[in-house]
Design a protein around this ligand. Structure first.
Ligand SMILES: [Zn+2]
Length: 194
């Protein structure tokens, strides 16, 4: 543990202490979660999803940034097609939706897979923390998560279209929250419980 010299809780102004590398620090005085972003503490909305049961000692809370994103694809050009396509509604990430980005330290490939999965099929869940489950630290702030969201959007747009030569789009982010989902952990393998 170490003291983050100038960081004060957004709610009660108490000094924040935490483990290094965790972007989210829960105030020991008032229990308010603080996001550490660019060296400052900020309010962050946090949701825990209860474990459906099983063995909490073999479960872990995986943190996700859930980013409300607006993507508008104005036009795109795909190799082979001489016509610029003007498109609507056929894209994985088009319109307003919540994009899920793994906030914990998982291998890139697994993070992408999980994030994509939850973005495509938004999980339905109830709220409530199962106290006995360990939490994986949050290693990226919400701003990094928005950058990953944009990268994933472009990546999947390229994958979908074959050879994308040109794309004209706008992207905006209107909201973010941190959601902890319970996973079964066996060795280095995580399987979702929600
Ligand atoms: Zn506090």
């Amino acid at each position: 543990m170490f003291q983050l010299a100038i960081l004060k809780c957004v709610s009660c102004n108490n000094n924040l202490t935490g483990t290094s590398k965790n972007q989210v620090i829960v105030c020991k005085n008032c229990n308010t979660p603080n996001e550490i972003y660019k060296g400052e503490a900020y309010t962050v909305r946090v949701t825990y999803v209860p474990s459906p049961g099983g063995e909490p000692q073999n479960q872990v809370y995986l943190p996700f940034w859930v980013i409300t994103t607006q993507i508008d694809i104005k036009s795109e050009e795909i190799k082979g097609g001489k016509i610029m396509r003007f498109v609507k509604g056929e894209h994985d990430f088009q319109g307003t939706q919540k994009i899920w980005i793994v906030a914990g330290d998982l291998p890139d490939e697994e993070s992408e897979k999980l994030g994509y999965q939850y973005t495509k099929t938004q999980p339905e869940f109830s709220h409530g923390k199962t106290e006995s489950i360990q939490e994986m630290p949050v290693i990226r702030d919400h701003n990094e998560a928005t950058q990953i969201a944009e990268y994933l959007f472009l990546k999947y747009e390229v994958k979908r279209s074959g050879t994308l030569q040109h794309i004209d789009y706008s992207i905006g982010f209107s909201d973010h929250e941190l959601v902890y989902l319970p996973f079964d952990k066996k060795g280095n393998a995580y399987s979702p419980l929600v």
